[in-house]
Write a protein that binds this ligand. Structure first.
Ligand SMILES: *Cc1c(COP(=O)(O)O)cnc(C)c1O
Length: 486
């Protein structure tokens, strides 16, 4: 008879790696080690429906925590301002190669530290190509340092006097698409296009009319809260007609492009002059950004550092290379398809229970619930859901009566829960949990008795029961099952 097995289960390589790292950190500042360990506990316990978040693989996470971080590597692959960049060259070249192959792009620049930074690199690349280079040519100068004071002064004014046309914030556009609180709004004169009030869908004729009238330098497409596909072939036609550069910010849906859910007219890469993205949202990589572009823009994009970026983060570029290699595997396509299948199931489950969705549904990874029908603001809905163990974020809906702070919507997305392994049946249960909370939550009043946009009431019994059901949903799908810190 075999001896009874009484010892601890064998540790996985991942468990050993993370537990070892925490031990090393704990010797210096135990509170940091504790916070890191607490984060995985929190993430394991929450039903995460934040459309912009995901769970990166252990390989991606571990690629970030090492000595590549110690290198300065300003410049580009093989052309650095610092010596000793052999290994940084290796990881940056790998990340760029995987990005080009994955997306079918002419050129990839993987240094941006975030989505905002990728957009800044792209804006300045377009300005350099379309404003600075012609000015240099007119002056017969090869470099900005060769311009006279007067020519330089004129060029600076010209750079600051350009236009951008992008999607309005309440239709789902992003702050970095020319809005005043962001530097893009201070750089560009901006006008925005919205969606059709009747259908909630992007109205290409309206975009065309706005482009003809406004004649932007950059036509911007892309969004963070629009639940539908965008036809980038039509957007490129519009851009070409008015002489604009088509820039697409695919920060949110890069994973759907990588996973070949968005193809043909809906794949931005073959249509846009320049594409920016984050690497940490549906693409499931490290927190960071990236720019893809055609050959004509490549030399300008490559000047991103040191023009607008600080030294690249070689450890994060290593993690980008790992994540992009993962996204080139066939199972990433399955993952991307499951993201949209899950979003469709969530939308269907919500609609069947009576929720109102902006555009009536979804064909990407996110659903925008208009919560006015529940008598709530977005803020009240978001907090009531959080009390019940469901993590979402409030979001403006088109022509939002409650403005950008309180809002009238809740945005939910499926990339994270899909990574965790939840499927369409669990999405129907999730829809039921959301609907139960939003139905039970009541708007509150201020201390003076006036209606409040922030206060709400929710019976603790209901919050508890929903949180329990949410925990049951998650229990069958452990997060990072290969990581046991115990
Ligand atoms: C998230 C997002 C960004 C910003 O990304 P950061 O990495 O947070 O800077 C930019 N554009 C769009 C469309 C986004 O959704």
């Amino acid at each position: 008879m075999a001896a009874e097995f009484t010892g601890p289960p064998p540790r996985t390589t991942e468990s050993t790696a993370f537990a070892g790292a925490l031990d090393v950190i704990r010797r210096v500042e135990p509170r940091v080690a504790d916070a890191i360990a607490a984060e995985i506990t929190d993430q394991r316990a929450s039903l995460k429906l934040i459309a912009s978040e995901n769970y990166a693989s252990p390989a991606v996470l571990l690629a970030m925590g090492n000595w590549l971080s110690d290198k300065y590597a300003e410049g580009t692959i093989g052309r650095r301002f610092y010596a000793g960049c052999r290994n940084v060259d290796t990881v940056e070249a790998l990340a760029a190669e995987h990005a080009r192959e994955l997306f079918g792009a002419d050129h990839a620049y993987v240094q941006p530290h975030s989505g905002i930074d990728a957009n800044l690199v792209a804006f300045w690349a377009v300005l350099a190509q379309k404003v600075e280079a012609p000015a240099l040519a007119r002056a017969g100068a090869r470099h900005v340092n060769d311009l006279t004071e007067a020519d330089w002064s004129a060029l600076r004014r010209e750079l600051g006097d350009q236009r951008m046309l992008g999607m309005s914030l309440d239709a789902g556009g992003h702050l970095t698409h020319g809005f005043r609180p962001n530097i893009s709004g201070k750089m560009f004169e901006q006008r925005s296009y919205g969606t059709d009030p009747a259908t909630g869908l992007l109205d290409y004729d309206a975009v065309r009319a706005a482009a003809r009238e406004f004649r932007p330098l950059i036509l911007m497409a892309g969004y963070s809260a629009y639940p539908r596909k965008v036809n980038f072939r039509i957007m490129r036609e519009i851009a070409d007609e008015v002489g604009a550069t088509l820039m697409v910010d695919m920060a949110h849906f890069a994973g759907l492009v990588a996973g070949k859910v968005f193809t043909g007219d809906f794949d931005p890469v073959p249509h846009a002059n320049i594409v920016t993205t984050t690497t940490h949202k549906s693409l499931r990589g490290p927190r960071g950004g990236m720019v893809l572009c055609d050959e004509a823009l490549a030399e300008h994009v490559d000047r991103g550092c040191p023009m607008v970026l600080g030294g690249p983060l070689p450890n994060v570029m290593a993690a980008k290379a790992v994540a992009l290699a993962e996204a080139r595997q066939p199972d990433f396509r399955t993952y991307a398809q499951r993201i949209v299948d899950n979003a469709a199931a969530l939308a269907e489950g919500l609609t069947r229970r009576g929720a109102a969705l902006v555009t009536g549904g979804t064909d990407n990874h996110l659903v925008l619930i208009d919560v006015t029908g529940y008598g709530l603001t977005g803020r009240q809905a978001e907090e009531a859901l959080l009390d019940s163990g469901i993590v979402t974020n409030r979001n403006a809906v088109p022509r939002d009566p409650n403005g950008a702070w309180y809002t009238s919507g809740v945005r939910v997305g499926t990339p994270a829960l899909t990574t965790r392994g939840l499927g369409t049946a669990e999405m129907d249960e999730t829809a039921d949990l959301i609907h139960t909370v939003l139905t039970a939550a009541e708007p509150g009043t201020t201390a003076a008795g006036a209606p409040s946009k922030a206060k709400y009431t929710l019976e603790p019994k209901i919050a508890e029961s929903v949180a329990g059901r949410a925990a049951d949903l998650l229990a069958g799908h452990p997060l990072y099952p290969q990581v046991d810190l115990g």
